[in-house]
Design a protein around this ligand. Structure first.
Ligand code: MRU
Length: 366
């Protein structure tokens, strides 16, 4: 998507430098910094420290990480070591394992001298695929927004609420939850987006930045405001992303998503989840019991990062000295609270039947 008139993806390959470039998201929305990734450690750090973040983007980054690993040493043992190393960077988003498996499956049967170029070609393909998949999510999600808009007085905006950043920054381009928003805006359907701040990392600020760059009307709200807005008829639809979707349609997403789904159900607000099929973990049924939830550092809770009065970017402590913080980064929304799943193939029910009918090839294969 565009930033100040220039089109960016969240990562891209610089052929002259023979290296991956990323947007270091830790500094957004205050500062747009591009970083070149040259070593395996830098790749791992970029994922762990959330310079790159969001399930699909983590997957795409991992594919480029495997390409670098193969350039350095294309042996079987190096490949397996790289798989283990990168798979351990973040535990919840399944796109990481999906991407690493896809690389390993392609590379394993190849002679070692072919692996480096094959891995890089695959990484490019996976990045391009991600863009197209997210574009299609937008095409399908647009129809839901159009339907809601058709029932409103002309010119009245469809009011959407989203949690976290499931935007183009979290994918290679378009985003998942934001793709229908971008498509609706571009189709001249008026929308207004309530953006949850998403403590502690405030991914909502990234969403606000994205929407602002695209000229989409939005308001940044506290994580606790959504229920109140829904009770007062100010939300027409909730749409979020997901880091892992189980075969029965439970969705694991940024902490706080579950509470939005509960409030949506209590207020008859449709709750949709947008996802590429790479986010489906066909090996898991019960998301609450089976999905590992990342526990992040306490300082993300006890401190807040932002632009300081002198213009620099820094953190301030918000708790008394010595206060312990608890920081589960994701939660699971059971399928019964999900109105529908918006995928690249269309919209389906969040159920074993719904997902299997939409992806019969994948459901059987895994
Ligand atoms: O911890 P993050 O910022 O990587 O979490 C991101 C999310 O929870 C997104 O909603 C999810 O990855 C879907 S992104 C298209």
């Amino acid at each position: 998507m565009k930033v100040n008139g220039t089109h960016y993806r969240s990562l891209w390959w610089d052929a002259d430098k023979n290296a991956l470039q990323i947007i270091d998201q830790r500094w957004l929305p205050h500062d747009f910094r591009v970083q070149q990734i040259d070593t395996l450690t830098e790749f791992a750090d970029a994922i762990v420290e959330m310079r790159v973040r969001g399930a699909p983007l983590i997957g795409a980054t991992a594919a480029y990480a495997m390409a670098l690993a193969m350039r350095l040493d294309p042996s079987d043992s190096a490949m397996n070591k790289a798989w283990e190393f990168f798979n351990a960077t973040r535990p919840t988003a399944i796109n990481l394992r999906w991407a690493l498996n896809r690389c390993r499956d392609l590379l394993r049967p190849l002679p070692t001298e072919m692996r480096a170029s094959a891995a890089l070609t695959l990484a490019h393909e996976m990045a391009d695929e991600d863009v197209e998949v997210n574009r299609m999510i937008g095409v399908h999600g647009l129809e839901i927004i159009r339907e809601i808009a058709s029932k409103k007085p002309a010119g009245e905006p469809v009011r959407l609420l989203t949690h976290c950043n499931a935007g183009w920054l979290a994918t290679v381009d378009w985003g998942t939850a934001t793709s229908p928003m971008y498509h609706a805006h571009d189709a001249d359907i008026p929308i207004h987006v309530w953006v949850d701040e998403t403590r502690p990392r405030n991914q909502g600020a990234l969403t606000s930045w994205e929407l602002g760059c695209h000229g989409i009307d939005h308001q940044y709200i506290t994580d606790n405001a959504g229920g109140h807005l829904m009770q007062h008829g100010q939300v027409d639809m909730v749409i979020t992303g997901t880091d892992r979707t189980t075969r029965r349609g439970d969705v694991c997403n940024k902490i706080g998503t579950y509470l939005k789904a509960l409030a949506a159900r209590d207020n008859n607000v449709p709750f949709y989840v947008a996802l590429p099929s790479s986010t489906i973990d066909w090996t898991v049924d019960d998301g609450v019991a089976e999905i590992p939830i990342e526990e992040r550092g306490q300082e993300e809770i006890t401190h807040v990062q932002g632009r300081l009065a002198d213009g620099s970017i820094g953190t301030v402590q918000v708790t008394p000295d010595g206060t312990a913080g608890g920081n589960p980064a994701f939660d699971v929304t059971p399928n019964r609270l999900v109105t529908g799943l918006i995928t690249e193939r269309g919209v389906c029910e969040a159920s074993p039947k719904g997902l299997a009918a939409m992806f019969p090839d994948r459901a059987e294969a895994d």
